[in-house]
Design a protein around this ligand. Structure first.
Ligand code: PHE
Length: 468
């Protein structure tokens, strides 16, 4: 990422210690992935079993990749494309290595280009909900068809999408993201407090206990390869890994940072927020819709359908709705900024465009792709790719295909080019590497083999060759 961000980081000497890195990484990590995406996937793929698989993956794949990416950045002091080139060249100059470096770097760098536009579409939905709560539409919004009616329109979702996109790009162009990030860090505790209040309310509704059971007690009959593939995709998405972002953040850190411990803190924080979002939404599906399988399976629309019902029944629903969507808006904005900044910086670094030109061209690109996503729910709803609507397709191709592929490359970069021995030494510069054995095993065997299997099954599933 970030020629500009890099130079400003250089001026300030990179992150000031561990706290800076943990805070920046957490600000990028906590966003719609935790609050919107985690609950709907969890509801869809069997509740407790999804949560269990997710937690196992966080502790294994998540941990390993977060450490690897941060260290790749720290050792090369470069953003993904440069980091791949640099670290492979330290070991070999063969054509094969150069191809490896090119593919690995670019797969990582391209993911944010595909995610950012549709992230802004959902950011637009959040903006709409925030405004509607300000207008006191609490009752109307609790209606089952409200959300479907909204995204089924053409102009409205498009306008909100453009508003969110322009806001994101204006912030990075004006160079005020530091201010916004600082502000949203202050809002984060408020978001957590409100989420706790709402979850306590949801969980104490009559009928909610069945939902709690659904969320926490794994039902092994619901397990399938799809559970693993979607939990893994969610893990990448939520922790902002396999898309170059953590490589960039790692490049701003210095050798004195305890990577092992910092990564642990990011994982725990991100996961707790996801579970909290699950606690707000999943018991409410059972309390307000009787655990209707159709609602459980509803996918991207889940939060927008379920939460308004909670707010409507809560008393002070208008205030709760306004504050909640405002806080989520900020969490989404900081994540969107980190996505857009990465894309703009890639254009600056690789094509040597100015910052203004990179931002404007990226804006046009994102507007076009985002518009296709918006229309995919209305006038183009008949158009599907492999059975997916446009937004879902972009989500699928990045999370289930490109990210496992990119993460696989990261593992090879570590164990073949950098070597685990060197990696361990570098990590130990700062502190004892407590999970060294686990890390070494994971990065050499568990992760590459697991990623290859998941990648292959997602591709075969997408082509209808196997059914997961
Ligand atoms: N991790 C963010 C979320 O959970 C999304 C994101 C992905 C942000 C990639 C930045 C980069 O919403």
């Amino acid at each position: 990422m970030a020629t500009k961000a890099k130079s400003s980081a250089e001026v300030s000497g990179g992150f000031t210690g561990k706290i800076g890195y943990v805070m920046a990484a957490a600000a990028s990590a906590v966003g719609l992935g935790n609050i919107w995406r985690f609950p709907y996937l969890c509801a869809k793929y069997g509740g407790g079993i999804f949560l269990l698989v997710y937690l196992i993956l966080v502790a294994t794949f998540g941990y390993t990749l977060l450490v690897s990416e941060t260290m790749i950045g720290r050792m090369s002091k470069k953003s993904p494309i440069g980091a791949y080139k640099d670290l492979t060249a330290r070991r070999s100059h063969s054509t094969g290595s150069k191809v490896f470096a090119g593919v690995g770097g670019w797969v990582n760098a391209l993911v944010p280009f595909l995610i950012c536009p549709y992230y802004c579409v959902i950011g637009g939905w959040i903006t709409k909900y925030f405004i509607e709560y300000c207008r006191n539409s609490v009752k109307v919004m609790a209606n089952d068809d409200y959300f479907g009616g909204f995204i089924g329109k053409t102009a409205q979702p498009e306008i909100y999408f453009i508003v969110f996109l322009v806001l994101t790009l204006a912030i990075i162009l004006l160079g005020v993201q530091k201010g916004v990030e600082r502000f949203s860090k202050m809002m984060m505790p408020a978001l957590i407090v409100l989420a706790i209040v709402v979850s306590i309310y949801s969980c104490t509704r009559p009928g909610a206990s069945v939902g709690l059971k659904y969320l926490f007690v794994p039902n092994f009959h619901e397990f399938s390869m799809m559970t693993v593939a979607s939990a893994l995709g969610q893990l990448f998405y939520s922790l902002s890994i396999a898309m170059g972002i953590m490589i960039t953040y790692g490049s701003y850190t210095d050798d004195s940072m305890d990577v092992d411990q910092s990564v642990g803190q990011i994982e725990i924080f991100d996961t707790l927020i996801a579970i909290l979002a699950g606690l707000m939404i999943i018991p409410a599906i059972f309390a307000f819709s009787g655990g209707d399988p159709k609602v459980l399976q509803s996918g991207p629309s889940l939060m927008f359908v379920t939460l308004p019902k909670v707010f409507n029944s809560m008393g002070l629903g208008m205030a709760a709705g306004i504050v909640f969507f405002l806080l989520v808006l900020f969490a989404a904005l900081t994540s969107a900024i980190s996505l857009a900044e990465t894309c703009v910086a890639t254009l600056q670094d690789e094509l040597h465009w100015s910052r203004l030109k990179s931002t404007l061209i990226f804006a046009i690109y994102a507007a076009v792709i985002g518009t296709c996503c918006v229309f995919g729910y209305s006038i183009w709803s008949d158009f599907t790719i492999g059975g997916f609507q446009i937004l879902d397709f972009l989500d699928f191709i990045t999370n289930s295909i490109m990210m496992p592929f990119g993460a696989f490359f990261t593992c090879i970069l570590v164990f073949h080019f950098v070597t685990v021995k060197k990696m361990d030494e570098e990590i130990e510069l700062a502190s004892k590497f407590k999970r060294k054995k686990i890390y070494n095993f994971n990065v050499k065997y568990l992760c590459p083999i697991g990623l290859a299997i998941i990648f292959a099954s997602s591709v075969l599933n997408a082509f209808g060759i196997i059914s997961m």
